[in-house]
Ligand binder design. Structure first.
Ligand code: ATP
Ligand code: MG
Length: 220
C-alpha cells in the first residue's frame, strides 16, 4: 500500500513544536547520560558487602510501615526476620495479624503487658523496656537473622528507659551480615551518628489533623 505523500519522512517540514520536542529530548538524553555516569560510578564504588543499620525518624507518617516493607522484602527472599516492638501490646495492627497468622516463622515480640504510658509508672515502664530489650539483644547476637526491626525503640532512649551505650554497643557489635532498622521520633545524636542510613519523614500534613479517623490497614 502506497504511503500518503504527506507522511513521507523526506518531505516532512519540521514544525516549530517538533523542533522544540527534539531539543527537549536531546537535553533530557544528555542529562540522563550524565546521571547514569554518576550512578554507575557510585555502583562501582559501593563494593562493601555487609548489613546496614537504618534509622527511620521524624514526625511524619511512614516510619514503621517502611520498616515492615523491608521485612516483606527480606521474607520474599526467604531470609530470617526478627521484630521487636517497643509499644503497648494492646494496640492491634494489621502487621501483627499478618505476621502472627501468615508468617509465624518471624520472631515477633511486643513490649506488651507491663508497659503503662497511662498510669505513669516509670519503674514499671523501665522494667518492661529492659525485658523487651533482652529479646532485641538476643536477635542482635544471632547471625542467622538477616533483618532485625526495633520498632519505636527511640522512645526508650528519649525517656532514658534503656541505657544508650548498651543499645548502641549492641547495634555496633551485631553480626556483619545482619541489617537493623530502628524506628521512632528522636533517638539522639549518637544513634544518628552510628547508623549507616538516616531518613527523616517530614510531617507536611496528616489526615488525622483534618479529623479523619485512623483507618484499619492504613494507620494500624
Ligand atoms: P506508620 O506506622 O503509619 O508508618 P509511623 O510509624 O511513622 O506511622 P508513629 O508515630 O509510630 O508513626 O505512629 C503510628 C500511628 O500514628 C499511625 O496510625 C499513623 O498514621 C499515626 N501518625 C503518624 N504520624 C502522624 C502525624 N504526624 N499526625 C497524626 N498521626 C500520625
Ligand atoms: Mg511507628
Amino acid at each position: 500500500m502506497a504511503l500518503l505523500p504527506e507522511l513521507l519522512p523526506d518531505e516532512l517540514e519540521m514544525t516549530k513544536p517538533d523542533k522544540q520536542a527534539n531539543e527537549q529530548t536531546a537535553k533530557h538524553n544528555k542529562a540522563m547520560k550524565k546521571h547514569k555516569e554518576k550512578i554507575d560510578g557510585c555502583i562501582v564504588r559501593a563494593e562493601e558487602k555487609r548489613g546496614v543499620s537504618i534509622l527511620l525518624t521524624g514526625n511524619g507518617k511512614g516510619k514503621s510501615s517502611s520498616a515492615f516493607g523491608m521485612a516483606m522484602r527480606s521474607l520474599g527472599y526467604g531470609f530470617k526476620v526478627g521484630i521487636v516492638q517497643f509499644i503497648k501490646g494492646k494496640q492491634q495492627s494489621g502487621e501483627e495479624i499478618f505476621i502472627r497468622e501468615k508468617h509465624p516463622e518471624v520472631y515477633f515480640w511486643q513490649m506488651g503487658t507491663g508497659f503503662t504510658w497511662d498510669t505513669q509508672d516509670r519503674n514499671g515502664d523501665i522494667a518492661a523496656a529492659k525485658t523487651t530489650w533482652a529479646h532485641a539483644q538476643e536477635l542482635l547476637q544471632d547471625a542467622s537473622y538477616h533483618l532485625v526491626i526495633l520498632d519505636e525503640l527511640t522512645y526508650m532512649l528519649n525517656y532514658e528507659y534503656l541505657d544508650e551505650e548498651m543499645v548502641l554497643s549492641a547495634l555496633r557489635n551485631r553480626p556483619e551480615e545482619q541489617s537493623v532498622v530502628v524506628t521512632g521520633r528522636g533517638g539522639g545524636e549518637a544513634l544518628r551518628d552510628l547508623v549507616d542510613t538516616v531518613s527523616e519523614v517530614q510531617d507536611i500534613k496528616h489526615a488525622f489533623k483534618s479529623e479523619v479517623k485512623a483507618r484499619r490497614g492504613i494507620d494500624f
